[in-house]
Design a protein around this ligand. Structure first.
Ligand code: BV8
Ligand code: ZN
Length: 240
């Protein structure tokens, strides 16, 4: 699979992963594409907005409650595990659009959550924030200040956390190898991270069963799944 650029890969010291919903698909978590992208016929991209939240907080919370249930029951797959194991052989940073925490659950230690985390909860008004893994008895759940709590995720139209985005751009600009796994690269600004890597003459690899917005920019594209491909990818570093 990787023969044509095996040497470039083998010498990489700092490896940056950009991941999306596709890497969690083999853990049973739906992506945002096609039929997966619909919940009760609501378009996920429409539900993940501050307008939808204020218009119908109960509906948005029913959606996030169901996703929390699925995500808390899900286990990292061979794709997540391989990225975590790679830390034994190289410096690894994961820039993920996923809010499921599965990279950290697999043991990855440097994960930047560009779009937040479904485990984290914050108040829509005061500065209450916490990690809550339990099911909410009443929805929408209320804060002690009386206002509605919301998942600490980035909704469309909202800016990414400034510190996280800054660190992500620096990491993307310093890597000598970037592996783009399971993302359609449709959503901005996450979809410009490969451009920073390219400007740093990094080698770009795409792992995705389908073409993406930037397939033509890649040094290598693997049209297969992350759980099937990433274990073989890290075997290059294990020298087996
Ligand atoms: C912002 C958290 C500044 C919540 C998410 C018009 C044109 C261009 C841009 C815009 C526009 N209008 C608005 C924008 C900006 C907008 C945007 O990019 N919209 C898109 C839809 C066009 N971006 C924003 O709003 C961002 N903020 O720009 O702030 C600003 C502020 C004010 C006003 C203007 C600008 C905020 C974006 C973050 C939104 N939050 N998630 C939640 O999850 O509930 S985005 C969410 O959807 C995910 O986090 C992820 O980012 C995205 C889905 O993308 P992917 O992860 O790539 O998943 P997808 O399903 O698309 O693809 C899966 C891929 O995996 C496929 O390619 C498939 O082939 C592959 N695959 C499947 N199975 C496997 C696999 N690969 C490997 N193995 C497998 N087994
Ligand atoms: Zn509050």
């Amino acid at each position: 699979m990787f023969d044509i650029i095996k040497d470039q890969i083998g010498n990489a010291k700092k490896i940056i992963f950009v991941t999306g919903a596709g890497i969690s698909q083999e853990s049973g978590i739906p992506t945002f594409r096609g039929k997966d992208g619909l919940w009760r016929n609501y378009d996920a991209m429409k539900l993940a907005t501050i307008d939808a939240f204020y218009e119908n907080p109960k509906l948005v919370w029913e959606w996030y409650n169901e996703r929390r249930r699925n995500i808390f029951a899900a286990q990292p797959n061979e794709g997540h595990n391989a990225i975590a194991e790679l830390e034994k052989y190289a410096k690894v940073v994961v820039l993920t659009q996923n809010i499921d925490g599965l990279h950290q659950k697999a043991g990855s230690t440097e994960v930047l959550e560009l779009h937040g985390s479904i485990i984290k909860i914050k108040c829509s008004v005061c500065n209450f924030r916490d990690e809550i893994l339990t099911e909410f008895s009443e929805i929408p759940p209320l804060c002690n200040c009386g206002n509605i709590l919301r998942p600490d995720v980035v909704w469309f139209g909202e800016s990414l956390p400034h510190d996280v985005w800054q660190k992500a751009v620096i990491s993307a600009s310093e890597g000598d190898l970037m592996v783009i796994v399971g993302t359609s690269l449709v959503v901005s600004p996450a979809n410009i991270l490969p451009i920073y890597a390219k400007q740093n003459d990094a080698v770009l690899i795409e792992i995705n069963p389908e073409k993406t917005e930037m397939s033509s920019e890649m040094d290598l594209t693997i049209r297969s799944t992350s759980a099937l491909t990433l274990p073989e990818f890290i075997s290059i570093f294990k020298g087996v």
